[in-house]
Design a binder for this molecule. Structure first.
Ligand SMILES: Cc1cc2nc3c(=O)[nH]c(=O)nc-3n(C[C@H](O)[C@H](O)[C@H](O)COP(=O)(O)O)c2cc1C
Length: 315
């Protein structure tokens, strides 16, 4: 059983150390381990070209237009039974490099997209996406901040698991942790996270979440979007709509049972989203053919060019 540790931190910094600490715990529990530092890799930002979804939906495989180290990383992730991400908190959330990885997984690695693409490819003798994408996997997260400005990282971390429907085992945040390697309790917790992950990876089917229960009973998130109308609250991670209740000082998030069908980490929720997107894309395609649409694009293009340094050769 393989556990991959992925650090988004500086070389030999807090995240490298805690990722390695968790990997020690995993190794002690029988895991074959490997460690990767994202900042050692050439990882480009997703440009939004959507060629990945286009090729998936045509049954032509799971391709990305960008040429960099992402597919090397992806191969390591797909080979692992469990992945441990350790990420510095930047501006309250996950550091940008982790967000870029989340975007690069985005529609391309979405479980439903790959299920549908596999069906299309099988029917049309096309290119079947890598079957490892549909394999169950466990994942844990460690977020390390230097202060108490840390309350978006659990949500940023959780999102990456939702794309592939990986099972989250721990989603831990360490605030005020600039000197974490000298704090034995936190080091022991990072070790335990590695142990939990290795144990979960041995039996993924019965693996269970072991972290902070949070507020959302479905995904354990503590982040909510509050609408002005009545008391509606939307879980920022799984997208379930419900209400925040305060019962004798105890906060809870309650929602009608049918909301579970909409959760972004379920096949039914992904299906609703996929159908919505398709409707919108079809409408846009039709609109793009009109003279009026073309004229509006021209109007903006002709108004002002984007400035860039003279040395910049990017088109
Ligand atoms: C650009 C930048 C933004 C940061 N923003 C936050 C923040 O919002 N909240 C926080 O708790 N720590 C913040 N920090 C501190 C880092 O999260 C902390 O130093 C982390 O442990 C560094 O990880 P590393 O040693 O693995 O590189 C920030 C650091 C940098 C460089």
């Amino acid at each position: 059983m393989k556990i991959l540790g992925v650090s988004s931190g500086t070389k030999d910094g807090n995240n490298d150390a805690m990722c390695r600490e968790a990997l020690m715990g995993a190794q002690e529990n029988g895991a074959e381990i490997e460690f990767v530092r994202l900042l050692d890799l050439d990882i480009k930002h997703c440009t939004g070209c959507i060629s990945c979804v286009m090729s998936l939906m045509k049954g032509k495989g799971n391709k990305c237009a960008l040429k960099d180290d992402f597919d090397w990383l992806l191969d390591k992730i797909l080979e692992a039974d469990g992945v441990l991400f350790s990420t510095p908190v930047f501006e309250k959330g996950a550091a940008g490099i982790f967000r870029t990885i989340t975007d690069r997984f985005g529609p391309r690695m979405d479980r439903l997209h790959n299920i549908v693409s596999t069906e299309i490819a099988e029917k049309n003798n096309g290119k079947i996406p890598d079957p490892r994408i549909l394999k169950d996997k466990v994942v844990s997260y460690v977020g390390i901040g230097g202060s108490d400005w840390t309350n978006r990282i659990q949500c940023d971390h959780g999102l990456l698991a939702m794309t592939m429907m990986w099972k989250v085992i721990d989603n831990e945040v360490f605030p005020w942790s600039k000197g974490i390697i000298m704090e034995d309790e936190k080091v022991a917790r990072a070790h335990e996270i590695g142990v939990n992950l290795a144990k979960a990876a041995r039996d993924i089917e019965s693996a269970e979440y072991k972290g902070d229960p949070g507020i959302c009973p479905h995904c354990h998130s503590r982040n909510f979007y509050l609408n002005n109308n009545a008391s509606e609250a939307i879980c920022c991670l799984c997208g379930i709509k419900g209400e925040i209740k305060n019962t004798d000082g105890k906060i809870s998030f309650v929602f009608p049972e049918e909301q579970l069908e909409h959760a972004h980490d379920t096949i039914s929720g992904k299906k609703i989203h996929m159908d919505d997107i398709k409707k919108n894309e079809d409408a846009l395609m039709a609109s793009r053919k009109s003279q009026e649409y073309k004229a509006r694009v021209e109007k903006y293009r002709n108004f002002i060019n984007a400035s860039k340094p003279e040395t910049n050769k990017m088109s």
